[in-house]
Ligand binder design. Structure first.
Ligand SMILES: CC(C)(COP(=O)(O)OP(=O)(O)OC[C@H]1O[C@@H](n2cnc3c(N)ncnc32)[C@H](O)[C@@H]1OP(=O)(O)O)[C@@H](O)C(=O)NCCC(=O)NCCS
Length: 199
């Protein structure tokens, strides 16, 4: 397939995004100076993506897309489909999808994140990297997502990073997905600011 020059230059400029991070000791086995890298997913990565997506501990909380839906997302200009890579060896630890990157109102959706090997700080590092990419590289006004109320781990992570409920929790039906949002102002105020030493 032929790709236009504009699309090619966009792919080149946005195919890699790294967040170097100073990791506090509480984050487990990662060493200070290691980082989370967002690498643009390629068709060759999709078997890995589907494996992570369909793992029972993830399938409970994330949509299951056929390969064709992932392929369409790789091609969509306003979609960021990323392999999450950690450490100096760029070990793939999961994947994430951003949608709405070209919306005029700046509302970027964190459509999907799934980590293989939970509870080691990868999810936190990845959401921080995704937020930095959305706000600092793509000029987002807001990053939002939808999360099931039973997904306590994800809720704790998002709240600790400054996301707030779009609607008061009590207004939703029990079991209904909650919509959480991180506005640019909140992002700039603090939760996502890199600690000293982070690039
Ligand atoms: C949600 C998810 C992305 C978080 O990634 P992770 O690497 O497991 O999370 P981290 O290790 O970075 O931990 C982040 C926070 O989650 C919370 N957390 C971690 N383990 C937890 C557990 N067992 N129970 C409750 N909360 C937990 C903590 O608040 C933690 O912060 P802390 O380390 O400061 O205490 C990941 O668990 C995942 O892929 N879940 C399945 C798919 C999913 O739910 N996607 C999100 C849909 S909205």
């Amino acid at each position: 397939m032929r790709i236009s020059d504009t699309r090619r230059s966009r792919i080149r400029s946005s195919s890699m995004y790294e967040v170097r991070r100073a990791i506090p000791p509480s984050c487990g086995p990662l060493l200070e100076g290691e980082y989370m890298r967002l690498r643009a997913t390629t068709p060759a990565d999709l078997a890995f993506v589907r494996t992570v997506e369909s793992a029972p501990e993830n399938a409970e909380y994330v949509e299951q897309w056929p390969l064709e839906a992932h392929r369409r997302c790789l091609e969509a200009p306003d979609c960021g489909h990323w392999i999450l890579e950690s450490g100096a060896e760029h070990r793939a630890v999961g994947y994430a999808i951003l949608q709405g990157l070209e919306r005029p109102d700046g509302r970027v959706l964190l459509r999907r994140i799934a980590i293989a090997g939970k509870g080691r700080g990868f999810g936190r590092a990845a959401v921080r990297a995704l937020a930095r990419y959305a706000f600092e590289r793509r000029g987002a006004a807001c990053l939002w997502l939808s999360v099931l109320p039973a997904n306590r781990r994800a809720l704790r992570l998002y709240h600790s990073l400054g996301f707030v409920d779009e609607e008061p929790e009590a207004d939703g039906e029990p079991g209904q997905a909650r919509v959480l949002r991180l506005d640019r102002a909140a992002y700039e105020r603090g939760g996502h600011q890199p600690p000293t030493g982070e690039a």
